[in-house]
Design a protein around this ligand. Structure first.
Ligand code: NAD
Length: 367
């Protein structure tokens, strides 16, 4: 049987720097765990624009459609800020998400004990936190028609439309229930069924899908209450499923429970392919960080944890994903820190490759 395939798109700025460390970790799994991948690498964002005049070449798009999973670094940077909207680096990312039809965005908020002090909330509220937000990513108010700004009675009126079909709600719900089955089997669906018809439909459809997942405990919450509960007692949640707009806000809110942007992975999943694996793209939440590019300061952990998500959700290697997450946890517990993870204490930061070295050493120690 051939190896699973992985397309790596490092992108711009620190995207390329953190991906170097992830490639070393991918190689480690090939050498030490008999888990080799057919890895190909290509350009996206400003790097693709520099070579091809577009932020994503058609050939790269075609490759992304064929592989088992895509792992992306980050795109963008000041050099590209004045480009026409149609060729901005972010358009490459959006094209990948749209053409791969990645409708479920998974944003874990996991608080490593060693970093609990980093949260803006009290340590006991976030220590041991491990929740997952599933945001519907390709429909809802960001895409609904009609939209625009027009004149009515000499006044400008701005219009956006929240629109969901039951099919759009259902496929995301299935992804969320499947995830809950792999975790603590609890799912909380968030909408505003008290004031929005799309929320009533959302609640109905999620309840219908629940019939296929009787082992999962389903609850419903209004999204505004959800926001309060996330900062009051976030550990009450396991998996949260919510729409595009609420998910945008709630996932950023949950992200900050855990401290640094340099720690946050994400996955975007689509429909299953012929081999049963979902279309998938994994990427850190952070951007290309031009302020620290080229200085060896970038924290590679968000990208490393994105690869751990790929192991779990694309390659069904949950044990190996846990091995990698535990290696990261050990490194942090040992006090190894990149600059973004330093508080007031007098510790010397390690470089991007220093963090990579430490994670590889912890992986070796796990054997
Ligand atoms: P950013 O995430 O790049 O950086 C925000 C701050 O966090 C910076 O101070 C940066 O140094 C720090 N930071 C981010 N990741 C870090 C890491 N791994 N280790 C250490 N520190 C880290 O956001 P920004 O500055 O608003 O945007 C910079 C560029 O990235 C822009 O061109 C923006 O459009 C793009 N961007 C891309 C993505 C993406 O590719 N998914 C996401 C957000 C922003």
């Amino acid at each position: 049987m051939s190896n699973p395939s992985l397309l790596i798109l490092p992108g711009d700025g620190i995207g390329a720097e953190v991906m170097v460390e992830v490639r070393r970790i991918i190689d480690w799994f090939g050498a030490k765990r008999d888990l080799a991948f057919d890895v190909s690498e290509d350009l996206v964002g400003g790097a693709a624009y520099d070579k091809h005049g577009v932020p994503l070449h058609d050939d790269t798009m075609a490759k992304a459609q064929e592989v088992d999973a895509v792992l992306l670094g980050a795109v963008g940077g000041p050099k590209y800020d004045n480009l026409d909207f149609s060729v901005k680096p972010e358009r490459g990312l959006l094209r990948l998400r749209k053409e791969m039809d990645l409708f479920a965005n998974l944003r874990p908020a996991q608080c490593f004990d060693a970093l609990a002090d980093f949260s803006s909330l009290k340590t006991d509220i976030v220590a041991g936190l491990d929740i997952m937000i599933v945001r519907e990513l390709t429909s809802g108010v960001y895409f609904g028609e009609p939209r625009g700004i027009h004149m009515e009675d000499n006044l400008r009126v701005g219009v956006n439309t929240q629109r969901y079909t039951e099919a759009e709600i259902e496929r995301g719900a299935r992804a969320a229930f499947e995830l809950a089955m792999k975790r603590d089997k609890r799912l909380c669906s968030m909408e505003k069924a008290n004031v929005m018809e799309s929320g009533i439909l959302w609640r109905d459809v999620v309840t219908e899908v629940h019939a296929d997942y009787p082992e999962v405990e389903l609850s419903h919450m209004y999204a505004d209450n959800g926001a309060m509960q996330l900062v009051r007692a976030p550990k009450q949640f396991d998996v949260i499923y919510t729409d595009n707009l609420f998910g945008d806000i709630l996932s950023d809110c949950a992200a900050m429970l855990t401290g640094s942007l340099g720690m946050l992975p994400s996955a975007s999943l689509g429909a299953p392919m012929a081999n049963g694996r979902p279309k998938a793209m994994y990427e850190p939440v952070h951007g290309s960080a031009p302020d620290i590019t080229g200085q060896g300061k970038a924290n590679p952990i968000a990208c490393v944890l994105s690869f751990a998500m790929a192991l779990r959700y694309s390659f069904d290697k949950g044990d190996e994903a846990t091995r990698l997450e535990q290696a990261v946890e050990k490194v942090l517990a040992d006090g190894v820190r990149t600059g973004d993870l330093l508080g007031d204490e007098d510790t010397t930061p390690v470089s991007t490759s220093g963090m990579g070295d430490a994670i590889l050493a912890a992986l070796d120690a796990s054997l």
